[in-house]
Design a protein around this ligand. Sequence first.
Ligand code: ZN
Length: 166
Amino acid sequence: MIQESITHQCARCGSERLVRNGHDYKGAQKYHCKACGRYGTLKSQVGYPTTVRLQVQRAVIERMSLRGIERVWGISRQTVARWIAQRGQALEPLATTLVPAQSAEVLELDEVWSFVGKKAEDWWLWVALCRRTRQDLSLIIGANALGPVACICGNASPLIIRGRHR
Ligand SMILES: [Zn+2]
């Protein structure tokens, strides 16, 4: 049998005159310092381990939902959203990471549509994707005949058109 003895000290005054004082909502032992009167938690959690953060970031990249991450890892979705924002701010600007276009690029056009509000309001979304680089070149939101023309006229440059033309 291996037995370990750990002596805890008050985080404020360093005294060892601590008594148990219940548990916090995560089940961690709370204490009361008889020397300075502080109430605190033993081994309070200070951030998540790096391995967990990397796993969660990988799950986000694989398009796992924030609520799904919350259920699997027990990390609040607000925390995950903050990590995503921090990672986004650490990235290089988009303009510096775009792959330059080459002549005779092959563009793939894709479309999706849905009713918005009522059946008379059918809206379309067209996306032009470069086959070689997988970069989105154009995103067009509008009514039926606008999209393909606008994609071609976009001339492989980033283009966003919002409009409704019947
Ligand atoms: Zn103390």
